[in-house]
Design a protein around this ligand. Structure first.
Ligand SMILES: [Zn+2]
Length: 322
């Protein structure tokens, strides 16, 4: 076996998995204001960005050859229903229009997250109602709001909409809304199997989206279930998803692999905030070699079967890969 490992050129020739800047999607958190670049304490190197700053990031991402951006929004105000999510002048809608005007947009796929949790005062991903045993996130009434949100984001310029809420039937509802509103050519990247994970912790600081009560276990998946993840994927594809996104990545590489072997659609994986932050913490302590560990974490996700990776390391990795 060692004959083919003797030199970098030989190793390169027989390398089975590649990692390129174009495989990476860079998440951005848009906030109101101008010239705002607010660091997120638990995610070194990640910021809340006003739209003008986000446009600069977009330019840099395009120059680095990154595949696209995934946009999240922090609205100025929140309410029970999360109306900011589908507001024509919502924070992400404004951001999309601004970035779409730049030269960078021609090189980047602009993906808009579709969910309500960043916009609701309670921080849940849907409409909260009283229930026999306390409270519940209502499924079907939430679909209408998600559909409005998806359509609004597509009309504002999103190349792809990505529902992350985990309500049942949302892909079909969003597809219908897109088709009815003149966005029949906008693809849906569904977070098909999104597990209720402790690794989302730092994101909730970044997106200010922590639920104020309870947790998300009644809609996000139980981390123990692989077969159920496959059912989620089958349903999303039946409903019209064009691509699927797996989340988180590292603790669920087996799920990505199983999905890869089951379906032919493009698969993305989200290297989530906790995966990023724990590596950053180790880098800061000098416990891991930053560049090598970062690329290895991404290569592992590609090898598991992901075509593209949403990662906060996108810029740093792209600089090394160019
Ligand atoms: Zn959500």
């Amino acid at each position: 076996m060692r004959r083919l490992r003797r030199s970098e050129s030989l190793r390169s020739l027989v390398r089975e998995t590649t990692l390129e800047p174009g495989d990476l999607i860079y998440p951005l958190f848009l906030c109101p204001g101008e010239g705002v670049r607010r660091p997120i304490g638990s995610m070194p190197g990640v910021f809340n960005l006003s739209i003008d700053e986000a446009a600069l990031e977009a330019e840099e991402a395009a120059t680095l050859g990154i595949g696209g951006l995934l946009l999240f929004g922090l609205p100025a105000t929140k309410d029970e229903e999360g109306t900011g999510a589908w507001d024509e002048n919502g924070i992400v809608q404004q951001g999309l229009r601004a970035i779409k005007e730049s030269a960078a947009a021609k090189k980047l796929v602009l993906i808009a997250d579709v969910c309500l949790c960043e916009y609701t005062s309670h921080g849940h991903c849907g409409i909260v109602a009283e229930a026999r045993d306390g409270w519940t996130v209502e499924n079907d009434p939430t679909l209408e709001l998600l559909a409005r949100t998806g359509s609004s984001l597509a009309r504002a310029g999103a190349d792809v909409v990505a529902p992350s809420d985990m309500m049942d039937g949302r892909v079909a509802a969003i597809r219908r809304a897109l088709d009815n509103d003149g966005c029949a050519d906008t693809p849906i990247l569904s977070y098909a199997s999104k597990f209720a994970s402790a690794f989302y912790g730092p994101f909730r600081e970044a997106a200010d989206s922590a639920p104020h009560f309870g947790d998300r276990k009644t809609y996000q998946m139980d981390g123990a279930n692989l077969r159920e993840a496959m059912r989620e994927i089958d349903l999303d594809l039946e409903e019209g998803a064009d691509m699927i996104l797996m989340k988180p990545a590292m603790p669920y590489l087996d799920v990505i692999r199983a999905a890869r072997e089951r379906v032919d659609v493009p698969i993305g994986a989200y290297q989530v905030s906790g995966e990023y932050s724990m590596l950053q913490a180790a880098f800061e302590k000098g416990w891991l070699d930053r560049d090598r560990a970062m690329l290895e974490s991404l290569l592992g996700i590609r090898r598991a079967g992901a075509d593209f990776i949403v990662t906060y390391f996108a810029k740093d990795a792209a600089k090394l890969l160019r």
